[in-house]
Design a binder for this molecule. Sequence first.
Ligand SMILES: Cc1ncc(COP(=O)(O)O)c(C=O)c1O
Length: 786
Amino acid sequence: MQQTDITWPVLIISAQFNAGNDEGFRLRELERELVEVHGLSVIPSMSRADAVELSRSRSDFGCIVVDWELPQERAPAGSVDERGRKPAAEAGGAPPVAAGLIENLRTRHAHVPILLLTGRSGLEGIPAETLERVDGCLWKTADTVQFLAGRVKMHLDEYVASVLPPFFGELVKYAREYKYAWHTPGHMGGAGFLRSPAGVAMFKFYGENVFRADLSISVPELGSLLDHSGVTGDAERNSARVFGADHTYYVLNGTSTANQVIWRSAVSEDDIAFVDRNCHKSLNYAMVITGALPVYMIPRRNRRGIIGPVRLEEFSPQFIRRRIRENELIPGKLKRRRVKMSALTNSTYDGLCYNVSVIKKQLEKSVHNLHFDEAWYAYARFHPIYRDHYGMAAEPLDPDHPPVYCSQSTHKLLTAFSQASMIHIKDGGRVKIDPDRFNESYMMHGSTSPQYSMIASLDVATRMMQDNGRVMLDDIIREAIDLRQKVVSIGRELREARGGNWFFGMWQPRKVRVGHKSVAFEEADTEFLAKNQSPWVLSRSNNWHGFDDIEPGFVMLDPIKLTFTTPGIDEKGRMAAEGIPASVVTDYLIGHGIVVEKTDYYSFLLLNSLGTTEAKQGTLLSALLGFKQLYDENRPLAEALPRLVAAWPERYDGLGLKDHCQAIHEYFREHDILGSMQQAFEIIPDQAMKPADAYRQVVGGNVEYVPLDAMMGRIPVVMMVPYPPGIPIMMGGEVMNSRARPVYDYLKLRQDFENEFPGHESDIHGVEREKRSGGKYFKTLCIKKS
Ligand SMILES: Cc1ncc(COP(=O)(O)O)c(C=O)c1O
């Protein structure tokens, strides 16, 4: 295998580098030999502390050489090692520094060759467990420098050849063979771009490799995605092993398509589906394309408006039977049928993850197929904190258990390119998935011209998790915990220093139980919080979450999903006299280059993922403190939200930031917007027809736009999904009648709010706005009046 262009430096850790003795001289010679003769780069590191820092921040070492005779170092007061432990005593009796360092390096760099540089005493005194962790020893004074450098190079080459996973390795090899292509795509390795200036600009921006790796499906060396053969099939099979599935499929059009592939493979016309009302719109579209009859699970919502888990009782066979019995759309003769597919969003948008073992047990008797939509949660398998809380969890299943499907947007929180997702399937106890049959559905949604770089990114994302998943996740979980604690501590400091002062909060436990003691969250040890699931599991007795009737041991909060809260409402839903709507804060953050994932009325969500750095966290905190200062001083709104004021000067010029927040807050309070939202989402409107039949009306042209004001009694044909919170408030085919009055009232309130506060519109999927008599009015596609 050929190497990529990346250089893989050799890290040499020794305190002797600058020494004026023979050892120092030979080390410098070794460095010169590696650089000048073998064309490698060398990073010299003089101490354990420096090496630990380097090993945390880099993953590109081709080989690591550690001097066994590293001297003891005096650790700074209060410091801890890689695993959060206090350093060993420095005086006599402490284990050699190199032994601890090697253990540390091995934990982070599972496969990088580590060579031990031994001195005159040879192997004497080196414990067996250290020898077990290294790939070889170099005798610093006995062997020639040329020999030592040759050994390093040999280990490095072997390792680098194994770094690339199967598909990516073959793609790199193919792209480097500089073949003359006579096939699609038309740019043929990039050459086509050079014929016109815009093309040249694109070629220069992306660089040649992007185009050399953009190939036609007719290249046999890379296998076939549609047949799952060759190195593409190898990559998918490797992903299946790594993610704990029996079968894995790469999907190049996101989890939106992955969901449709799963459903099309198992659900057909008039099958009953048991669906989370909090599901992504692609699942609603899956119901449209399959013709399923939906029965909904309704997630809880707390008084802040945060969407919670579905009640455990809703998964019981009795509950499901009742819902089916009550559903007027399901014909009598079908009511005894078993549910064909259940679909649950895991985790929820706010990071609530279900104990999937409990749910599987509840559903296994009443459902043929279980689907967990884990678009935001592909990492769960790689850290024990998520034990039992993800679809592919390895647990003993009942012999009767149904097949389990997971759809994961590998691109969302892992490192694949956008749109690159995976489907994982665990066979049922008796019902095994027939790959050929499943592939019919897969092919219905796949292109015959796949983008090979996307396949490579799935292959590489898999290898990254395989090699370093635990360590990477441990890092981001700890960083998220540190940030959570920091936000609380800043709030406390501000209150203590300036009495009654405010700061943003975090939606998280205020107290955690450590042994027999209850400890403030911000004072608990990061190590403890990162290692234990229990502090994150929701319970009734520690009701920081506001889901009063939560069942014990059923749901946990994901530490890396960070929900910030803004002042204005408490856990009991009581609105304070003053408040700060979250959308004002997130608009301000956007103006400062910080883009949040989701904004609710008094909370917003940020994700701590593989790409998050401490600098990013620091920038966030200083932006939040910057907002606070502008707010406290009631600085002109134009300073905080210049674009809003520039777009609506007649409405907002001259207002202060605090005045503006207060005006919106008072509007929300007066109109009880959270109560109105609560009521709207608690009901499932009457279903006049199933979603597929509503869509048939669209295709048949039997539809017209109807203004919201005239919508009572009408049947919308498309789903309406307001953001926040991003849950369908109405599905196509449901009726806007008196039962749906709370839905109408909530939409009307949103419309009035937008007219009162222009520039604060938020997206409502399925709703268009039209300008009339000075205002903006909602309209939606409904079935024509006969
Ligand atoms: C729960 C859920 N499922 C599926 C999807 C669709 O994923 P993708 O963007 O990969 O198509 C999303 C996207 O936001 C989602 O939130």
